[in-house]
Design a protein. Sequence first.
Length: 489
Amino acid sequence: MTPAAPQHAAKPYAGRKIHFIGAGGCGMSGLAEFVLAEGGEVSGSDMKPSALTARLNGLGAKIYIGHQAENLPLGVDLVVASAAIKQDNPEVIEARRRGLQVQKYAQFLGGLMQLRKGIAIAGAHGKSSTTAMVSYALRCAGKDPSFVIGAEVPQLGGGAHVGKGEHLIVEACEFDRSFLNYKPHAAAILNIEEDHLDYYRGGLQEIRSAFADFAAGIVPGGLLVANTADLGVREIAEHCHVPFESFGIGGNYDWRAENLEARDGRFTFDIYDKGALFVSVRLDLAGRHHVLNALAAMALCHWAGAPAEAVAAALGEFSGAARRMEILGEARGITVVDDYAHHPTEICATLKATKARFNPKRLWVTFQPHQHSRTRFFLKDFALALAVADKVIVPDIYFVRDSENERQAVQAQDLVSELQRLGVDALYIKDFDSIRRFLVESLGTGDVFMTMGAGDVWRLAAPLLADLGGQEAVPPARSQDGSKKKEAL
């Protein structure tokens, strides 16, 4: 029996004044919108103006550009800070001076989850896409869920929504153990892999332990949906205090995909529930990894009471989140695509899916490594993953969160050397303007060019398209650095 949803007729944020530091991030702006929709007053700040800060101002918030103590209005009774905000931030210091409560993004989101029946999707890869799938499918099924996703989703009108339904769907990130703030009624663990090793210094075992703690937070009587082909996920599921349902391709899983057929990298398949044919699905998204995401989404939507055919139809219509193999435009027979992948496993899956989807004459990638520490930890794995592409360009590493020692320990040229050692046609070009000029002279008809990484490499695409004489597809609103979220990097 599923646990009852909390009562959410009352609006605990109505009339409250809440200040958001780092309000321009996808997740943070979603929380601010939630408060506005519940009748609260919102102020906040971010370092640069963006479409998201403009949207918040248009909804009645007051978002300042730049961080300074004077941004905190009188009467504020709660301050929410992005995980990227340091303790020496002048607004944090001012809030402490006034004796105000300061919460992290994940703490505040965990509080919101107590007002709804929570669904949380965790995993090293696929969180944003699967969270968006579940949100879109439940909306199409008439459930009108609330959701907070760490990426913009055009078909959902953004990355956050306050619905009238009983469910709140959230992307649950493991960095900083943020997802331990959530107490969902149902959760999925898609996979577990080494990442954020600047934080998880104990490696894979420490990461698995954090995911086990996340599963332990599921409300009694709830459900865990688990990719038990992953040994770490299987161990957590088998020791979880709530029932679990497994998912996978073929094999002996509760939710399994059979009879897979691919056309242009996009899969049609049958879903079986505990051995019985449940429904057939045809995905619009390319890549075998999305079959697994769709299985997890179907299991969660079924738990939420959505009809199978409605969910299958929604999954077939779902075109993805921003910066997930997002087609930005075409010119001179050259297709320009953008993707957020910044981990070797993601890079390899995305490049294979891109080749299957477009069958390009040549696949060009400009990969911007994210963090010096991550580049150092995964240098050889990055090279093996990027070797799927035909041509690789590497600019300087996107510097965030690392120490100066880490910055000196590895450079973009080290990755290029590793790629060249593998026989990959790779070169280092320091900045985007130089890359753009090189590409204008080098790209040809039938090529696919992809910007890839969690930093601001996406900024290269629009001027490149302009130089090629093409038109850029209108992108959704993005945070100031174009990333899916600041909270989880």
